[in-house]
Design a protein around this ligand. Structure first.
Ligand code: F6R
Length: 605
């Protein structure tokens, strides 16, 4: 949600921090700030607004080679200058930036107030700052002070701390909110997301929960909350700055939608085995016997990741004939789930840092569950927590709404389903059929993208509706859910998704000329049933936009996409809905890449 950047080295920190914050703006952005150590004092600027506003507020003579920066998405206290980070103590010695939520902030605040501390802001972070400032006086070491202060804290945090008395040193800590260290040439960086680092270095180290690090220009060391040193292996990230440029597109969202022929090809690369018509998935870390032993598959993820998991569950059940279902990770983790030894659990996350999904994985691991991860961000917390899995290789998603990660996740599920199916009973002929279908996807996505102008016209026509219904049957239902999700999150048009079969059990009462329906109607064994549903909507004067493989008289408008193997069709049917939501949002003048109230990675509960 919020973003953290830190730098120590020979250069001026402020421009590096501002550049890093710009890269993180997509995570959350109601205010921004930075602080640097200059001589033996702190300089600090923070503003309500965007990083560009902060850049204007930072004077040219803002010198200091060690600093921390933050973009904030308000949790404790309204967006304002004073609630923005960094937070400083009264003596202006300690500055702290923080992501996450301190759950016992009220109790700590009362205790500190009782000891004479006065607070300027409403934030939980300021509590942390005063705690560290008091502790640092009792010990000669900043890292020891941070470590001891954190002992009284309950909640989640990723923090970066500087001390005016210790120029050239930054202390960072992680518990439930990501912190990545970046290793440069005689300089060190830290951030909440590699996006802020890739311009400067590709050598990174992820902190684990409960770990702290001290950064100096010549290196770093890491240790646990009980002061035991830890050893870390750096690894190289393969995302570069080009991924974070908009490539001449008006919006990152359109760029990421348009990238899908390539991103799907990357997800597939090297994973289709033409000899045995199976998927090569070395990262699963399971032999054929183990892979055969599962009697159920349970998929968890949040939001769009969960909807892609629904597509995945259907693929696994259809191809591998293993009972499979998907559930929101945010629900799963709270209901004390029964964890079975012969169930394969699959966690999905683009960012690999979604707190609810991470907590669900941790609960599964605690109960001895076998968990695979389908994750985009290499080395992220969920990827590290899982027993094995698949990386999407879709490249970073910058726009808040997920598009290319969604399709790559669905494609990954097709590969996983093929793999599970071919070690069981799927025939080589059916295996070949699916392999050939998968190979066709990038080219077919290319064809769908060419429908952009047509979809734009339709989006402009329907965007004025106050609300829209999205319906689909069986394979079409998760597609309808994702279509409704995309529309509401970026255009703010209310949209509701329903199984087409359920319309007559209630929501049909809503249908009228004012409430258009987007109907997902693939050419599958349920086509006739879907056409009957269209007739029912039509009979209530409902307008219909049909997404399918043919046109139909009952529909007012149609988008016809290329046909693939029936099991794979949902992947392609999603793409016109992404374009539809995008153009509807543009037509309504929305901030497409940064929709209100949303942030890219939800690293809090
Ligand atoms: C919707 C969207 C969200 C995410 C969800 C999970 O467009 O982006 O619903 O899918 O917050 O995020 P990840 O996949 O990072 O775990």
């Amino acid at each position: 949600m919020c973003g953290i950047v830190a730098y120590v080295g020979p250069k001026d920190a402020a421009p590096i921090l501002l550049e890093g914050l710009q890269r993180l703006e997509y995570r959350g952005y109601d205010s921004a700030g930075l602080a640097v150590v200059n001589g033996k004092s702190l300089k600090m600027r923070k503003v309500k607004g965007r990083v560009a506003d902060l850049a204007e507020a930072v004077p040219a003579r803002f010198k200091g080679a060690c600093g921390i920066g933050h973009t904030r998405w308000a949790t404790h206290g309204v967006p304002s200058d004073v609630n923005a980070h960094p937070h400083l103590d009264h003596e202006q010695r300690i500055a702290v930036v923080h992501n996450g939520i301190i759950e016992n902030a009220d109790a700590l605040r009362q205790r500190l107030e009782g000891e004479g501390v006065t607070f300027e802001s409403e934030t939980d972070t300021e509590v942390l700052c005063h705690l560290i400032a008091r502790t640092v006086k009792e010990t000669d070491s900043l890292d020891d002070a941070v470590r001891r202060a954190l002992k009284s804290v309950v909640g989640t945090y990723g923090i970066a701390v500087i001390d005016a008395q210790r120029p050239g040193e930054i202390v960072v800590a992680r518990n439930g909110s990501p912190i990545v260290l970046g290793i440069g040439e005689k300089e060190m960086f830290a951030a909440s997301d590699v996006a802020a680092l890739v311009r400067y270095t590709r050598q990174v180290v992820h902190l684990e929960d409960g770990e702290l690090a001290v950064l100096r220009a010549d290196g770093f060391h890491t240790f646990t909350s009980d002061a035991r040193e830890t050893a870390k292996e750096p690894f190289t990230v393969d995302w570069d700055t080009g991924h974070y440029d908009n490539g001449g597109y008006e919006h990152y969202l359109l760029k990421e939608i348009s990238e899908q022929p390539d991103t799907v090809a990357r997800t597939l690369r090297g994973r289709i085995d033409d000899r045995f018509h199976i998927a090569h998935l070395g990262g699963l870390n399971m032999d054929a016997r183990e892979t055969r032993s599962f009697r159920r598959v349970k998929i968890i993820g949040c939001g769009s990741a969960y909807y892609s998991g629904q597509i995945g569950a259907q693929l696994i059940e259809e191809l591998a004939r293993i009972p499979a279902d998907a559930e929101p990770a945010s629900e799963f983790r709270y209901r004390n789930p029964v964890v079975e030894p012969d169930t394969l659990y699959v966690a999905i996350s683009q960012s690999g840092e979604t707190y609810d999904t991470l907590a669900a994985v941790q609960e599964l691991k605690r109960k001895g569950g076998r968990v695979l991860g389908i994750v985009n961000t290499v080395g992220s917390a969920i990827a590290r927590e899982c027993d094995g899995g698949l990386y999407l290789h879709a490249g970073p998603e910058v726009s808040v709404a997920s598009t290319k990660a969604f399709t790559s996740t669905a494609v990954s599920f097709a590969l996983l389903a093929l793999h599970l199916a071919r070690v069981r009973d799927l025939s080589p002929a059916d295996g070949r059929r699916i392999c050939e279908g998968l190979r066709k996807l990038p080219e077919q996505i290319e064809q769908i993208l060419k429908l952009d102008e047509h979809i734009k016209t339709l989006a402009e026509k329907y965007a004025q509706a106050p609300s829209m219904m999205f319906v689909g049957r069986v394979r079409g239902y998760p597609v309808a859910r994702e279509g409704a999700q995309k529309l509401k999150e970026i255009s703010y048009v209310h949209a509701e998704a329903y199984p087409a079969s359920e319309l007559k059990h209630g929501p049909l009462a809503l249908i009228s000329h004012e409430l258009p329906t987007v109907a997902i109607v693939p050419d599958d064994e349920l086509l006739d049933k879907n056409l009957t549903t269209l007739g029912e909507i039509r009979a209530r004067s409902g307008r219909i936009l049909m997404i399918g493989h043919r046109t139909a008289d009952a529909a007012d408008d149609c988008v016809v996409v290329p046909k693939n193997e029936t099991e794979l069709d949902p992947i392609l049917l999603t793409i016109p809905l992404q374009l539809f939501a995008y153009h509807a949002a543009v037509a309504l003048g929305r901030d497409v890449d940064r929709p209100r109230n949303l942030a890219k990675s939800v690293t809090v509960e």
